[in-house]
Design a protein around this ligand. Structure first.
Ligand code: SF4
Ligand code: SF4
Length: 292
């Protein structure tokens, strides 16, 4: 059975094949918009939505940006050279390079390459800010004879409330959740919001058997996870043994502003964090493969 849905998402980017955004070979949909404002964000132009001020239109060297009849800025991908001048101009730290994509359009795209895929992952920005679209997309995939072999994953900052998770859980195969700091004050400072709901989401998804991966960010001297090994390992030891722990090392790629002055996480610093965590938990821990 094929469901028909017109629900739309604001999409920043689609990656046709990825092997680092969940298990196997995955199509990854990056949605625009985030409810965290991480100082260290490595993709800051996915945080805010475009308010159509038009500042970027005349700055585009290839005329890929213009106003439509509704006075909204529209992007012509065929003319875009990805020079990113519009991103540098934008006073809202947003991007005009987004597409509005319906569930049916997304299903058509997935259908073209489904035989090469293990599943799809919705990421961001913060994916769950567009939850109605995700629920409809996952529901349609599960109901489609040709696509139902695909697993449906969400990559999230974990801020979604329990009622939101309950709406998507019936169609969700797994989630990757980021934990950026343990002390609430540090988390507030780093991302602009508290971490209680993040920790609640980790526990909720784990108890539902849907937590695929917990990601821990190490920013030497800024985040506190390396200082809170006891608390972090207590949390990890509550989780099923199958939940993977992925360690992320802070790097400067894509970062703007104050965080560019912060020390990058070196391989040696990450090794110290890894060793102290590994001594206290039995879950498999993955180290970063690249330091740039
Ligand atoms: S990246 Fe932005 S400024 Fe550059 S060509 Fe594309 S739309 Fe124009
Ligand atoms: S992307 Fe930024 S500069 Fe361009 S129209 Fe939108 S808000 Fe204005």
């Amino acid at each position: 059975m094929t469901l028909v849905s017109q629900k739309q998402a604001i999409v920043n980017r689609i990656l046709n094949f990825s092997c680092v955004d969940g298990p196997g070979n995955r199509l990854v949909i990056f949605l625009q918009g985030c409810n965290f404002k991480c100082i260290n964000c490595h993709n800051p132009y996915t945080i805010n939505h475009c308010d159509h001020c038009g500042d970027c239109v005349s700055g585009c060297p290839t005329h890929a940006l213009s106003f439509n009849q509704q006075n909204k800025v529209v992007w012509d991908e065929s003319l875009c050279t990805q020079c990113d001048q519009c991103l540098d101009i934008c006073p809202s730290h947003s991007s005009p390079k987004v597409k509005h994509c319906s569930v049916d359009e997304m299903l058509a795209l997935i259908r073209k390459q489904h035989v090469f895929l293990s599943g799809i992952t919705v990421s961001g920005g913060e994916a769950t800010l567009q939850l109605p679209f995700i629920v409809e997309l996952f529901k349609a995939i599960k109901a489609d004879q040709e696509l139902c072999h695909l697993t449906c994953f969400i990559d999230s900052n974990g801020y979604l409330a329990e009622t939101g998770w309950q709406r998507v859980l019936p169609y969700l195969d797994g989630a990757m959740i980021d934990l950026k700091s343990w002390q609430n004050e540090t988390h507030q400072w780093l991302v602009g919001r508290d971490n209680h709901r993040v920790i609640q989401s980790i526990r909720l998804l784990a108890s539902a058997g849907k937590l695929h991966e917990l990601r821990l960010l190490h920013i030497p001297g800024k985040s506190d996870l390396d200082q809170e090994i006891e608390a972090i390992s207590t949390l990890i030891n509550e989780l099923p043994n199958e939940v993977k722990i992925r360690l992320n090392a802070f790097q400067h790629h894509g970062v703007v502003g104050e965080a560019l002055t912060w020390q990058k996480c070196s391989k040696a610093q990450m090794e110290v964090f890894y060793q102290s965590l590994q001594a206290k938990v039995s879950n498999s821990i993955m180290l970063p493969s690249v330091y740039i």
